[in-house]
Design a binder for this molecule. Structure first.
Ligand SMILES: Nc1nc2c(c(=O)[nH]1)N[C@H]1C(S)=C(S)[C@@H](COP(=O)(O)OP(=O)(O)OC[C@H]3O[C@@H](n4cnc5c(=O)[nH]c(N)nc54)[C@H](O)[C@@H]3O)O[C@H]1N2
Ligand SMILES: Nc1nc2c(c(=O)[nH]1)N[C@H]1C(S)=C(S)[C@@H](COP(=O)(O)OP(=O)(O)OC[C@H]3O[C@@H](n4cnc5c(=O)[nH]c(N)nc54)[C@H](O)[C@@H]3O)O[C@H]1N2
Ligand code: SF4
Ligand SMILES: [Mo]
Length: 739
């Protein structure tokens, strides 16, 4: 089918020869009732797709070739996404906990029980004792509504979202450097760059369609620098690979900048006219000569010099990074240190020149804009800024004094549950038991809650701890918008209605607000009404959507913010006028000395432990672990390790190994690959329970962004048992088969 469309050779290079696309019973090739143009429900690329709908079921898909970002192409997850619709595990009605499990309940009972529990906890322990967790897989409309619901209906300061585990280091760094938090360029700038740095992103497995843009750059002659402790699939075709020691990125960036300055590859005019604080960075990086940077990062000095030789004289360039440099207690510092390389060479705001964090979740961008973060009000406003508070309080018609202050971030909330300060929790589109660090503590916290309500369409591992589970909606069941990783706000179209007694997420929130006596503010009758309120609330704010309407977004196949007026065309490329979004129009350099990770290796725990993703599984796995052919592609976590380490520990491929840290242990088969540093092991985190990588990780947070350090802690590894014949034969993960 024309959809699978990374060219055939490259597809095979990436995913192996014959991926299985057909569902078990073969393709459902009945004639659909209609085709609905919408977007993939998974990552932040938000590929366009046409869903085939028959009898209120999604039965397949067709490419949507006019949507410019993916032009009909889809990755393995996008191809299979439709199989979750009509899945037998789909929650069809609310559930209420009994002595022995759950029973089905009507909406009146489930909502009343929830409203009563909220009232009881808040009247006894104060408003902030009830917390709310949202998510960035949800639409902009729901993100906005979550923020208003928590502040106005619950009156709690404690609202945050799962993007706290994802985008926040980059977001904070973007605001500090540029005064705005968005990728600075449309993806269409990537093929125009003469050189690309890809730092801490396994782009080929996590953003397969974006990888196509990197290949186009390469076909145009671009030089590609990849920075990762693992030779990821994209690194196999890079011009330069820098195998950084986990946590070493700020030192590496400082080392590259040292060489750029020494060789005179910096743009003094740009620096003088458009930036502050270059002198401080100059002073700092003086000591990061290549040999010094090599000692910290493990990257050979000659490779550091080579990186500067590629990046320095280039005419155009882009820096792209993702969680590999952001999931750190020094996440903000890492990002800012790389941004220094972009600012020093002055290559921003022009075709093929710029910078971008690659946003992870489907609405990772929009989900962080409209007020569901603990420190944020709609329009990207700051909850601690008196003017911003007054604007939103007036907009919502509440006294400013009643608008809660900044609350706790997602991981901090779980610490507060442990301490007994938070007693009740409502969570929508978030599976913290699998996704936040130190899972054994997370489980204990969930058990300790006096009341927990989860809104999901599957009974996630976390929802199993709920007192009430509310059956919400799949992406294809609702209308709305999401904002993609390049800052383009696109339209999701409803394809089917929720099955059984399940309900649209935003209706659930509005229904509950009414039961809490705040119906006046939550009388919305459709998603478009919420969008119009959201855009009005954003007017004049740092993130301005006020010129957008559903009709305009559809006509233009998406609009980039800022879009501050109905006739404004939107802003695909930021900083084109040479002005940054700080009040004086100038960008800021930041100087950060390298600091080691919160938990470094030592004699007891001598190996770095790092975690991340594989191509066929998505996040906590609630969705992709239910799609057979994706499971076949990568059914269980493996512990990647280098042959040198394996030999030292007497481990053969597929032997069962126990990986332990100070917090917990996991026993999984070893996968011996030459593509990882010998001092590091990697385990993907998409599985729950005893196979959960997050039993091992720790809650050390970045002091600015409050992101946890998912990408580095200290572990030891020991062999538990020989590989069984079955394990030996069982399967080879396709994405790694060419390594
Ligand atoms: N298949 C798939 N795609 C996804 C997702 C998914 O779950 N599955 N999730 C989506 C989401 S929400 C996100 S956030 C993105 C994540 O996208 P990525 O950030 O690209 O993916 P990760 O696997 O988390 O980590 C990226 C890389 O960081 C490297 N790394 C580890 N430590 C360090 C370090 O100290 N420095 C450097 N430079 N690199 C390091 C790892 O080896 C890994 O290859 O993917 C999105 N796309
Ligand atoms: N060790 C380790 N841990 C990590 C990471 C890592 O690299 N290493 N990465 C982190 C990152 S970057 C991220 S983004 C997080 C993600 O972690 P989570 O956000 O916890 O993961 P999801 O699988 O997205 O969980 C979302 C839940 O919401 C449901 N859901 C999805 N869409 C909707 C919707 O529209 N409505 C409703 N009602 N429910 C919905 C799904 O069924 C699922 O149960 O994990 C983080 N955890
Ligand atoms: S690249 Fe992302 S948005 Fe595109 S099909 Fe794959 S998972 Fe979906
Ligand atoms: Mo993420």
């Amino acid at each position: 089918m024309a959809t699978l469309t990374l060219s055939e050779d490259r597809y095979i290079e990436l995913f192996g020869p014959t991926p299985t696309y057909a569902p078990a019973g073969g393709w459902d090739d009945r004639k659909p009732d209609r085709l609905v143009k919408t977007h993939c429900c998974f990552c932040g690329v938000q590929c366009g797709i046409q869903l085939k709908v028959k009898d209120n079921k999604v039965i397949g898909f067709e490419p949507w070739e006019e949507f410019p970002v993916n032009q009909g192409k889809l990755c393995p997850k996008g191809v299979k996404r439709y199989l979750q619709n009509g899945h037998p595990d789909r929650l069809l009605s609310p559930l209420v906990r009994t002595q022995t499990g759950f029973r089905h309940a009507g909406w009146d009972e489930a909502l009343e029980k929830t409203a009563e529990a909220i009232g009881a906890i808040q009247s006894k322990h104060g408003k902030d004792a009830f917390a709310f967790l949202g998510g960035a897989s949800m639409t902009n409309e729901k993100a906005y509504l979550n923020g208003e619901f928590a502040r106005v209906a619950l009156g709690t300061a404690n609202i945050d979202y799962n993007g706290r585990l994802c985008m926040v280091s980059a977001g904070a760094a973007n605001r500090m450097a540029f005064g705005v938090d968005r990728a600075a360029n449309p993806w269409s700038d990537i093929p125009l760059a003469e050189t690309l740095i890809l730092a801490g992103t396994n782009i080929a497995e996590c953003f397969p369609i974006l990888t196509d843009y990197v290949w186009r750059a390469r076909d145009n002659g671009a030089k590609i620098i990849v920075i990762d402790p693992r030779i990821t699939p994209i690194a196999r075709t890079a011009d330069l690979f820098l195998p950084v020691r986990p946590g070493g990125d700020s030192a590496l960036a400082n080392g590259i900048l040292h060489v750029l300055i020494e060789r005179g590859w910096i743009d003094q005019i740009f620096i003088g006219q458009h930036t502050h604080d270059f002198d401080r960075v100059c002073d700092l990086v003086r000591k990061y000569n290549p040999a010094a940077a090599e000692r910290i990062t493990g990257v050979p000095a000659r490779s550091i010099i080579k990186a500067a030789e590629i990046w320095g004289p280039a005419g155009t360039s882009m820096l792209l990074h993702a969680r590999g440099i952001e999931h750190h207690t020094r996440g903000v510092e890492n990002v800012l240190s790389y941004i220094n390389l972009v600012l020093a060479t002055g290559r921003l705001g022009k075709p093929g020149c710029g910078y971008g964090t690659i946003t992870g979740q489907g609405n990772g961008q929009g989900g962080r804009e409209h007020g569901q973060r603990c420190n944020q009000l709609p329009g990207g406003r700051d909850i601690n800024n008196p003017d911003h508070r007054r604007f939103i309080a007036d907009f919502w018609g509440v006294p400013e004094t009643e608008l809660p202050k900044q609350g706790l971030s997602a991981c901090e909330m779980f610490d507060a549950i442990e301490r007994g300060e938070i007693r009740g929790l409502m969570s929508i589109s978030f599976n913290p038991l699998v996704s936040i660090p130190d899972a054994n503590r997370t489980r204990a916290a969930l058990e300790k809650l006096e009341f927990f309500c989860a809104i999901d369409f599957f009974l996630s591992e976390t929802a199993r701890y709920a007192d009430v589970v509310l059956a919400g909606s799949l992406q294809e069941e609702d209308e709305g918008t999401v904002t993609t990783g390049e800052g383009r706000c696109v339209r999701l179209r409803n394809s089917v209605s929720p099955p059984g007694n399940a309900r649209l997420d935003w209706r659930i929130i509005c229904d509950l607000a009414r039961r809490l006596g705040k119906g006046d503010c939550f009388g919305h009758t459709c998603a478009e009404e919420i969008f119009d309120e959201l855009t009005a609330a954003s007017k004049g704010g740092p993130i301005d959507y006020s010129g957008m309407t559903y009709a305009r977004i559809e006509q233009n196949l998406g609009l980039f913010w800022p879009c501050p007026a109905p006739e404004h065309p939107g802003t695909p490329r930021l900083f084109a006028d040479g002005r940054f979004h700080h009040s004086d129009g100038k960008a800021r350099f930041h100087a950060f000395d390298y600091r080691p990770p919160a938990e470094d290796v030592d004699e007891d725990y001598p190996i770095f432990f790092t975690t991340g993703r594989v191509v066929s599984q998505y996040l906590s796995g609630t969705q992709t672990r239910r799609i057979g052919s994706l499971v076949d592609q990568y059914p269980e976590p493996l512990c990647e390790m280098h042959p040198l380490l394996a030999n030292k520990l007497g481990i053969q491929d597929r032997d069962l190994v126990k990986v332990s840290t100070r917090r917990g242990e996991i026993t999984v088969p070893a996968q011996i690959v030459k593509s990882i540093r010998p001092d590091v092991v990697f385990v993907p985190y998409h599985w729950p329970g005893k196979r959960a990588a997050n039993q091992l990780t720790h809650r050390a947070l970045d002091p600015i962004s409050k992101i946890p350090e998912f990408k580095v802690c200290a572990c030891r590894v020991e062999k538990v048992a020989d590989a069984t014949k079955k394990q030996n034969k069982q399967w080879q993960p396709k994405a790694f088969s060419a390594r």
